[in-house]
Design a protein around this ligand. Structure first.
Ligand code: GLN
Length: 532
């Protein structure tokens, strides 16, 4: 079959969950045996979110090929259990960069370079790139932002043109909100009508409307929206609030969203989607036998989106262990030597989060010391592992003032440092180790117990590394390197010999945890927390 293109736009407000909706629809199509991929178009001017502060758009998600992307790609991977790549996330900055590079090369042969056709053509090229060679039956594209925003205009125009060019092979799903007014006790459709009007002003008639709501819409509202927005009744789909995002595919199946999509493409929905494994995960997730409390010690705790993939990994790992992981965010800036016990004693496990820069480091070191000295299961991710190394150097090896050169360039003991070949590179991002790298695991370690194989691949996003000049001193005193890059010998994981479960990893296991393939390291960590 020829590739079909589905565009998802959003109206009325942001944060309605376009990412979850598109991932859920893709899941249903995948569960029917189709090959699918999801792409996100972000209307901001940054080339990628790599240089953005997590307070802006939440976590920066990293793909196997080392692209720094929007956190929605994390949802796509967690739902579909398929890796994404740079091609799955395009920003306005990237579009303009590419057009300007072409202009400088003279590719436009002296023409005036304009939003239409040059920018819109570049957007269309990036969308169609994914559908090339018929690799996918469905390419689903999420348009970031809200219809009516000035910055999304070129994207909506590109969608209009593609709909025209592709005819029956393209469709637009518009996600809006039907608010409930407490005072009058009514659901209101006017915002939806206005938002569809805004789309129509740009020449786009949505094919399906998905309405986010807190209350059941009832037939009356569906009829009304259908009438005012030029769609048939079964194309008005209700998306009611549910306790977990992983239930949305089930809700969308009940609403027959996948069937409506297939019908509109003139395809026969011959079989039911196979969601067996998904439902069995949901059962376990919803019926935990016990609860473990885990503290996530980090500095972006006001914004849980900053640790999205970690939180989701705990949901996957909790289901495997048939327990609920109650994850609490603890601000590292508030932890001191004096209060660390009071703050952390109620937890079954401690995770020290990734991060950049000096803020909150002291508290992270105290939390790590507390976990080490009290035999509390500990997982340090990226900066979290580096902190574990610094803490061990200072308090066990008695390396006074040991540090990462990220925090103190002139420390006497640079136990975490830049590698020689990185020095002198000034471009932000230029020195980052990004994407998937192999890691060889030592047999007999906790890490090996978790993965049960010697060679793994996990994703990285960092600049600094364990300084192996000090490795023998660490190992002689009980902190051992249990994971190494087989090509460069860089230390990828450390653990404590005389501890129940204390593991630090330079990589980010959270990026590759999915519903159907939970991260073995998170599963192992949660298991260690249960047995406390
Ligand atoms: N700031 C550290 C580094 O660049 C750790 C980065 C991270 O935790 N992702 O090496």
């Amino acid at each position: 079959m020829s590739t079909k293109y589905i565009f998802v736009t959003g109206g009325v407000t942001s944060s309605l969950g376009k990412g979850i909706l598109i991932a859920s629809l893709a899941k249903l199509l995948q569960a029917r045996g189709y090959s699918v991929t999801i792409q996100k178009l972000d209307p901001y001017i940054n080339v990628d979110p790599g240089t953005l502060n997590p307070y802006e758009h939440g976590e920066c998600y990293v793909t196997d090929d080392g692209a720094e992307t929007d956190l929605d790609l994390g949802h796509y991977e967690r739902f579909l259990n398929k890796p994404t790549s740079q091609a799955n996330n395009v920003t306005t900055g990237r579009i303009y960069q590419s057009v300007i590079n072409k202009e400088r090369r003279g590719d436009y042969l002296g023409k005036t370079v304009q939003i239409i056709p040059h920018i819109t053509d570049e957007i269309k090229r990036n969308i169609k790139l994914l559908g090339r060679k018929g690799k996918y039956d469905f390419v689903l594209t999420e348009i970031g932002g809200t219809v009516g925003d000035m910055e999304s205009l070129p994207y909506i125009e590109a969608v209009r043109q593609l709909k025209w060019e592709l005819g029956k092979s393209a469709m637009v799903i518009h996600l809006t909100l039907v608010p409930f007014l407490n005072a009058s006790g009514e659901l209101k459709t006017k915002p939806t009508q206005h938002s569809v009007k805004a789309l129509l002003e740009n020449g786009v008639q949505p094919d399906i409307l998905v309405l986010r709501t807190e209350h059941d819409l009832g037939e009356g509202i569906r009829k009304k929206v259908a009438l005012f927005c030029n769609v048939d009744e079964q194309s008005v789909v209700q998306s009611i609030d549910v306790p977990t995002i992983y239930e949305v595919p089930i809700k969308m199946k009940e609403e027959k969203l996948d069937v409506t999509v297939l019908n509109k493409f003139g395809m026969e929905p011959d079989k039911e989607p196979n969601l067996e494994a998904w439902i069995s995960f949901l059962e376990k997730h919803k019926n935990p036998k016990q609860t473990v409390k885990i503290a996530l010690v980090g500095k972006y705790v006001e914004l849980p989106d900053a640790y999205k993939s970690i939180a989701e990994s705990f949901i996957h790992a909790g289901a495997v262990n048939e327990c609920k992981v109650s994850l609490e965010y603890v601000h590292s800036e508030g932890i001191t030597h004096r209060n660390v016990e009071t703050i952390l004693k109620k937890y079954n496990g401690i995770l020290v989060a990734p991060g950049f820069g000096h803020r909150g480091i002291k508290g992270k070191i105290e939390a790590t010391r507390y976990a080490r000295e009290n035999n509390i299961p500990f997982l340090g991710i990226c900066l979290g592992m580096q902190v574990a190394v610094i803490e061990f150097a200072r308090n066990v090896l008695q390396f006074d003032g040991a540090d990462s050169t990220e925090m103190n360039e002139v420390t006497k003991y640079p136990v975490i440092d830049l590698m020689e070949e990185q020095k002198g590179i000034t471009n932000m991002g230029g020195t980052m180790r990004l994407g998937a790298f192999a890691c060889k695991i030592k047999k007999g370690s906790k890490l090996y117990d978790a993965y049960r194989k010697e060679l793994i691949s996990e994703r990285h996003r960092h600049r600094y590394e364990f300084n192996d000049k000090y490795l023998s001193e660490f190992e002689e005193n009980g902190m051992i390197a249990v994971g190494e890059n087989p090509e460069t010998n860089l230390v990828e994981a450390v653990e404590l010999k005389n501890h129940k479960w204390f593991v630090g990893v330079q990589y980010h296991p959270e990026y590759s945890s999915t519903v159907l393939k939970p991260s073995p390291l998170f599963v192992g960590f949660v298991n260690a927390c249960i047995n406390k």
